[in-house]
Design a binder for this molecule. Structure first.
Ligand code: NAG
Ligand code: NAG
Ligand code: NAG
Ligand code: NAG
Ligand code: NAG
Length: 370
């Protein structure tokens, strides 16, 4: 090396002592020619090649892994159930137990809800609301939570919503889920959910047992909030996707609401939102809606890293308006736009609950002909 260095300094015509030391040699003596490579060079070249091959293989594997995506092939949907009209609530059970989400709420049974007008169905719509009459609700305010008698393992759910609830202390949701006692064994699919002023956009979220993640390729226009659906991660945050401010609350209502279409199938779960003035003709026609013609969904939960058929079974349709509780009642959440304590607000601000009502035009469930 020492000699080579000395020579290579200025002596162009002298043969290099160690070929790779001299960049000025003629082609015949070129250090680039393998014939002139030393043992170290060969080791270096072989190692380099091995590293390159490993990088290429790993890159290809990661690339294939990240680009894996279900086919979501076209399905032929036909109407299975239609929840609408004055008999809307006949197809639901009323939940009356202690609120599992620890809300400052009393869920009232069917006769009580009807006499307090917390639930009211007409030919045109079904309303579910929070009581606005009790001015001293010191043990919690009356509300309703309904759960469809029928359960589903798959299907296309067309939720036509005219009005979404909002206002301080409210935690409304329209969702699908299985058995309360074994939750989250049968999975939970939150189609519409918001808290308090509901001015940050709808949150669509899955909650599952271990082994359901959304860290692969997705096709959605909504914003990913979290990727692990397992209830034991991040204090049961779930894997959520958020829509624009027009997808829930005052802005949603001012536009006349719209349709949330939720498709549950083994390939994945997708949810589309269509404001009132942009509902696809095949949804309005109601005979055979075809999601393959609707474009990108608002939220997409593909099966790639989550066995959808295993994690989501026996799903009932639930609609409720909780008050305070694990989500809306968190001090850091409530204080964003609301003042005082959540439970004081519930107890004493009866007239503020005028905006806390769901109004549904219809729920239609389509199943795929197989
Ligand atoms: C879709 O299903 C309906 C009812 O089963 C059937 O009459 C119709 O032919 C099917 N259409 C297609 C395109 O498969
Ligand atoms: C119940 O609510 C509906 C819808 O807001 C309303 O039209 C109806 O008059 C109410 N019924 C009573 C008895 O207040
Ligand atoms: C409100 O309810 C509490 C507890 O039931 C009672 O002590 C209080 O007197 C009531 N206040 C009014 C103004 O009715
Ligand atoms: C998650 O679900 C399990 C039941 O599978 C339950 O024991 C646990 O308390 C739940 N964790 C949270 C944070 O909800
Ligand atoms: C779903 O419900 C059916 C009928 O009640 C029951 O046999 C089945 O075990 C349930 N599935 C799960 C995963 O709990």
């Amino acid at each position: 090396m020492e000699k080579g260095n000395q020579i290579s300094s200025f002596t162009r015509d002298a043969p290099p002592a160690y070929g790779f030391d001299d960049p000025y040699t003629t082609p015949q003596g070129s250090s680039w020619h393998p014939r002139n490579w030393g043992k170290k060079t060969w080791i270096g070249v072989v190692l380099g090649a091995v590293v390159l091959i490993v990088v290429i293989i790993v890159g290809a594997v990661v690339g294939v892994r990240n680009n894996a995506y279900p086919s979501y092939s076209r399905l032929n949907y036909t109407l299975e159930d239609d929840y609408s009209g004055s008999t809307f609530f006949d197809n639901f059970d009323y939940f009356t137990g202690f609120d599992p989400a620890h809300g400052f709420v009393h869920y009232v049974d069917q006769p009580g809800s009807e006499s307090l007008n917390l639930t009211f169905a007409s030919a045109n719509s079904a309303i579910l609301r929070v009581d606005t009459t009790d001015t001293n609700a010191t043990t919690g305010r009356k509300s309703a939570r309904i759960s469809s008698k029928k359960q589903y393992n798959s299907g296309l759910f067309i939720f036509d919503v005219l009005n979404s609830p909002y206002g301080c202390s409210t935690w409304p949701a329209l969702w699908l889920y299985g058995d309360q006692d074994t939750w989250p064994l049968q999975g939970e699919i939150d189609v519409m959910e918001a808290v308090n002023l509901a001015n940050t956009g709808n949150q669509m979220t899955l909650h599952t047992t271990e082994g359901c993640k959304m860290d692969r390729k997705r096709k959605q226009t909504g914003k990913t909030l979290a990727k692990d659906c397992w209830n034991q991660t991040d204090s049961n945050e779930g894997c959520g996707v958020q829509g624009s401010t027009a997808t829930f609350g005052q802005e949603f209502n001012q536009n006349g609401g719209g349709v949330y279409a939720t498709e549950l199938r083994s390939d994945g779960i997708r949810m589309w939102f269509f404001p009132r003035n942009a509902i696809p003709a095949d949804i309005t026609a109601g005979t055979s809606p075809d999601p393959s013609t609707w474009g990108e969904a608002l939220s997409d939960f593909p099966k790639t890293d989550c066995d959808i058929s295993k994690h989501f079974t026996n799903q009932s349709i639930i609609a409720n308006i909780d008050l305070c509780g694990d989500f809306a009642g968190q001090a850091s959440v409530f204080s964003k736009g609301c003042s005082g304590t959540c439970s004081d607000f519930v107890a004493f601000q009866a007239s503020s609950f005028q905006t806390a009502f769901w109004e549904f035009k219809s729920f239609k469930v389509y199943s795929a002909a197989t």
